[in-house]
Design a protein around this ligand. Structure first.
Ligand SMILES: [Zn+2]
Length: 332
């Protein structure tokens, strides 16, 4: 039955809390998008106007590109943009993910500049509407345009977000949720002049305050409080989004480190075990799991049984016309 498995998953309080916490990040992201967009657009205009070299409005003619995370040869215009970006970075020691950017567009696309302040994996993200909460929060943390916000409050939420997304168990305790809600509240207070953030805050409070029950047609809920019923479609979409983000992060880590460490392998195994144990999720994430497996798990690390299944699935994909190598960079 549709959503029956989701309903069962929500019987696990730890998992339900994990989902609720993830849903708060989705709300926070929605609330931040317009604000970040306006700020970065203004910031880009200010830099373009104030710097004498940038004011000339010259565009890059040689298509300057980073190789990995390094630049080897930059034209005068891109060099100036790079210097400006670094000048406004809040951490002198931080690793700047130049690989996120298309420098030849720095003069004309404010978002290409903004992406230099974000975690890796942003190259194909065209604007704030496609960003996750982590990307926007890191931008606020690392770009001094946002100096009017208490950075510590931002970092606390980033820290909680990382705990959440790297939680092997995909469960959090009620105590953790209490701390998390406090940190979110403190950040929302910092941005109380932004109406979208304020309303996102209200929605977060509401979603954290109710229990979640998925109503399955045909089942009786004698003691059910109707106010606790949630739209399973919405919860299912949010669940997929959060799991997708976890998978994507594991994928990016694996791309960065050719030899995945024990903790990363453990995270992946837990996540894949969880997804495989749920038929609805297994079907939904079939291709993404194969894709991550291709990166993480060399054949000699797999048990015989896993190896056999893996090969069978590869054969199945070939028959279906799926080519993992080509999809690697776009799916998760
Ligand atoms: Zn250039």
């Amino acid at each position: 039955m549709v959503f029956a498995e989701l309903s069962v998953r929500l019987n696990d309080i730890g998992y339900k809390n994990w989902l609720k916490a993830g849903y708060c990040l989705v709300k926070l992201r929605d609330g931040l998008q317009g604000f970040v967009k306006n700020e970065m657009r203004d910031f880009h205009q200010t830099l373009s106007r104030k710097n004498p070299q940038l004011r000339k409005g010259i565009q890059c003619r040689q298509g300057c590109k980073p190789r990995g995370n390094q630049f080897y040869d930059l034209c005068e215009q891109c060099k100036t943009w790079k210097e400006e970006i670094l000048k406004h970075h809040t951490s002198r020691d931080a690793c700047v993910h130049w690989g996120n950017c298309r420098p030849w567009l720095w003069s004309t696309e404010y978002w290409e500049m903004a992406k230099a302040y974000m975690p890796r994996g942003q190259l194909d993200i065209p604007g704030p509407e496609k960003c996750d909460a982590a990307a926007l929060l890191n931008l606020i943390n690392f770009c001094d345009r946002f100096n009017f916000i208490n950075r510590q409050k931002v970092r606390e939420v980033i820290k909680s977000r990382n705990e959440l997304m790297h939680s092997c168990e995909m469960r959090v305790t009620p105590q953790w949720i209490v701390q998390y809600e406090r940190k979110l509240e403190e950040l929302i207070q910092e941005l109380k002049h932004v109406p979208e953030v304020t309303s996102a805050g209200q929605e977060m409070r509401e979603l954290l305050s109710v229990d979640w029950v998925v109503h399955i047609p045909g089942q009786d809920y004698v003691d059910g409080d109707e106010s606790q019923f949630v739209d399973p479609e919405v919860i299912s979409t949010v669940e997929a989004e959060i799991l997708q983000e976890s998978l994507r992060e594991l994928y990016l880590k694996a791309q960065e480190d050719s030899s995945a460490n024990a903790q990363q392998l453990q995270e992946l195994q837990k996540l894949r075990g969880f997804i495989e144990a749920n038929k609805d999720l297994k079907e939904q994430f079939h291709n993404q799991l194969l894709q991550v497996d291709n990166l993480y798990l060399p054949a000699d690390l797999l048990t015989n049984q896993e190896s056999k299944r893996y090969k069978q699935e590869e054969e199945h994909d070939k028959e279906e016309g799926y080519v993992p190598q080509k999809k690697k960079k776009t799916l998760v």
